[in-house]
Design a protein. Structure first.
Length: 137
């Protein structure tokens, strides 16, 4: 099956836009194929405003995202492999979606044989809490 990542990005982008908010992408700038001006990268990450009023020729493809944006008043081409997108969210509310890394996605698609644990005489502990997301602004 193909990755669901580009479909999720497009859906969340449309939802944010339909609600009159500003879509932002959090990108891992260290991934191969990421083309952004080097001056905008901080700690290997870059946050990009991809609202229709901020970019032109936006193309949300299955393999990569392309658009033209102004940096310091100069229009530049930006290319982002879909695998480099870590999150898409609304700037005004922080609502959106964190995306699992491609390595995590691939690992979750590979079924593994369950490991059997030896029986224990200890009573079972409290149930473990599931993972949770935090919005960091």
């Amino acid at each position: 099956m193909t990755s669901n990542r580009p479909y999720l990005i497009r859906a969340i982008y449309e939802w944010i836009d339909d609600n009159g908010m500003t879509p932002y992408l959090l990108v891992d700038a260290s991934m191969p194929g990421v083309r952004v001006p080097p001056g905008v990268v901080r700690d290997g990450k870059v946050v990009l405003n991809v609202a229709a009023r901020a970019v032109s020729q936006l193309e949300l493809g299955n393999q990569s995202i392309h658009f033209l944006a102004r940096f310091g008043g100069v229009s530049q081409s930006v290319e982002l492999p879909v695998a480099a997108i870590e999150a898409i969210y609304a700037q005004e509310t922080g609502q959106g979606m964190m995306l699992a890394s491609e390595a995590t996605d691939a690992a979750s698609e590979t079924p593994e044989a369950p490991e059997s644990e030896p029986p224990s005489d200890d009573p079972p502990g409290p149930p473990r809490r599931g993972a949770h997301l935090r919005v960091i602004k």
